[in-house]
Design a binder for this molecule. Structure first.
Ligand code: FAD
Length: 377
């Protein structure tokens, strides 16, 4: 198991990100795509296989190490971090829940980043309420047949493998669907508010025939098993990416406020600006600590880990939105211009309050856990 210490790594991740992502993130955003050469670099660096064991070509990170990697990537580019998020969710699901043959078939490809994976839960009428998925998987003698439509599939434009959540006669189940299966149709979604380079797609499944072992995890019980586990990874990844976003907002605001002197006095000398900086700096550290706590609890298999991940995601995403709003404010008109980094952070931060469970859903879950704790104390 690779830990933060053995990975070495905030510094290593930062060097990679500064060379491969930071200079190009605005271009990716404008072109609404992460180019193949960047995906190749991500694969070569091992970042795509962060949660995959070293025996399958991955980095074998624990969640603390993954969180640091995804924070560093999120500091430069939320779109690329989103691609890592869904790839990690699917990789983890294959590792944890796929049949041994199926796991061996896919895990090396995922770990080495030779294919990208996407997670397909959301539908036109199923978003926050995952239990209401309508896509179907019908059992037949030699396997399954899938029908339905999945929306907002991050990385769907380039994914080679999809983890698709469907309803069977036993309940909600998860299936591994290769891109080349007949009946699968991918339609790019463009013009998004944020994470514009995350290559989101709509995925239609029209009679996709799959072998019996395409089922991942227990038939009918994917919600408390595969989906819950994958979403834990996804939320921690998004929360960690939001810490990166917070840091990026803070760094940009420090630079700009020290340089800009509208009335002969640097912005950084005004107390009202300093208050914004103080809030950003404090919330960045608080969000980072919540992520570290959540990852540590999850790594230890502590049952408190899931609530800790919800708290980290809720706080980090809302704090990122506050920081991005103030970063644009500090930058004035230049923060509203096309290609401005802080404008991109602002658009990306809004998306973070919606994906992997909206802030309202996080609040409901955190409050329910608090009441449970009260009744059991
Ligand atoms: C850029 C982007 C990428 C995405 N990538 C993926 C992906 O890879 N895979 C995937 O499966 N999905 C993905 N999604 C979908 C995302 O997970 C959903 O948008 C999210 O779960 C919310 O669902 P919804 O949009 O249907 O909103 P709805 O469920 O319709 O909710 C709308 C609003 O109502 C609020 N609300 C809902 N229920 C309650 C309640 N009980 N109490 C109070 N308020 C409530 C919500 O908080 C939200 O503010 C992505 C979305 C975006 C924007």
């Amino acid at each position: 198991m690779v830990t933060l210490d053995s990975l070495g790594h905030r510094a290593g991740a930062r060097a990679f990100v500064d060379a491969e992502l930071t200079p190009y993130a605005a271009e990716f955003d404008a072109e609404q795509r992460t180019p193949p050469r960047t995906l190749e670099r991500l694969a070569q660096s091992g970042v795509l296989g962060a949660v995959v064991p070293t025996t399958s070509g991955g980095l074998g990170c624990d969640l603390r190490a993954m969180s640091v990697l995804h924070e560093e990537v999120g500091r430069a580019c939320s779109s690329v971090r989103s691609l890592l998020t869904v790839h990690s969710m699917v990789s983890w699901s294959v590792l944890r829940w796929a049949e041994p043959d199926v796991r061996d078939r896919w895990l090396g490809l995922l770990g080495r980043g030779e294919i990208l994976a996407s997670f397909c839960l959301t539908e036109p009428m199923a978003g926050s309420d995952a239990a209401s998925v309508a896509a179907t998987a019908t059992r037949r003698d030699d396997g399954w047949v899938l029908h339905g439509q999945k929306r907002w599939v991050t990385g769907g434009q380039v994914a080679g493998l999809f983890l698709v959540i469907c309803r069977t006669d036993r309940g909600v189940s998860a299936f591994l669907v290769p891109r080349d299966v007949p009946g699968l149709c991918v339609t790019p979604v463009t013009g998004l508010l944020g994470t514009r380079a995350s290559m989101v797609a709509q995925v239609d499944l029209d009679g996709c025939a799959l072998p019996a072992d395409a089922l991942v995890g227990p038939d009918g019980f994917a919600l408390p098993t595969v989906i819950a586990g994958a979403l834990d990874i996804g939320r921690l990844s998004v929360a960690s990416g939001c810490v990166g976003l917070l840091q990026a907002c803070l760094d940009a605001s420090l630079d700009h406020s020290a340089r800009r002197r509208p009335d002969g006095v640097a912005l950084s000398d005004h107390q009202l600006v300093r208050r914004k900086i103080a809030d950003m700096a404090t919330e960045t550290v608080a969000a980072r600590l919540l992520c570290e706590r959540a990852a540590t609890l999850k790594d230890a298999g502590d049952p408190e880990g899931t609530t800790a991940v919800f708290m980290a995601k809720y706080f980090a995403s809302t704090a990122a939105m506050r920081a991005a709003t103030e970063a644009v404010q500090i930058h004035g008109a230049s923060g509203c211009s096309d290609g401005s980094d802080v404008a991109r952070y602002f658009r990306d931060a809004k998306v973070m309050e919606i994906i992997e469970g909206s802030s309202e859903i996080q609040q409901l879950v955190i409050a329910a856990a608090a009441y449970r704790g009260r009744s059991s104390s």
